[in-house]
Write a protein of this length. Sequence first.
Length: 249
Amino acid sequence: MQTTPLRRFIALDQPLGWLEDISVQFLSQYEAICITPDSFTLDPQLNTQEVAAWLYKAALDMRAAGLIKGWRNENYSVFSPTPEGDLDLSHPLFELERAAFRRFGLTSRAVHINGYTSAGELWIGQRASSKATDPNRLDNLAAGGISAGEAIWDCMIRELAEEAGVPLWIAQNASYQGSIRSTRVEADGTQDEILYIYDLLLPQDFVPNNRDGEVAEFRLYPFAAIDAALVHFTADAALVTQSFLKQLR
């Protein structure tokens, strides 16, 4: 993961994320921090509310400085990590604007849905050119981040409706296939995300219809043609699609 130097971001005495040098340099102007070669730590005497306020103020300043783009006015939840490094979903700590998660290397969560037909084809979406991340790249039938307080299943149903126009009577037949953790350094920080994967068999006559402006178009790809197209997918969508194809082999 560490293709560039990263420091562990620690708050509330817990390792919550990762910071690149550019972020550490920007945040070094703030109080209540301790910086070492390996870590960036907020004062452990800060309570949860104070930590949330510190991060929000820092995120606003990073936005003004051009370090955070694509501000959504939508919060994700920050959870306590387990000893194994997973998320303790029973212990949410606080919420933060989703666009700030990469800059602080916080762990986000998302759903991805493979939409396929009985004729051996996958519906693939092309992301709109206006998307803040990965514009014009290929993507799954539907995918999206899980908002603070939102259930995984509810997010899946919502994303199918918004991105692909899938009605509830079809969407509710989606089958959960497990999760993948995707961690990598991007231009705007560290992407650390848990991807919850669903497969959905679509009626042969169903045609996806985007409703939120985030998808430019949908195309049907025969299973045999997917491998050659993976280079054009987003990193996360490629992982999810490969997990689907693996089941066929």
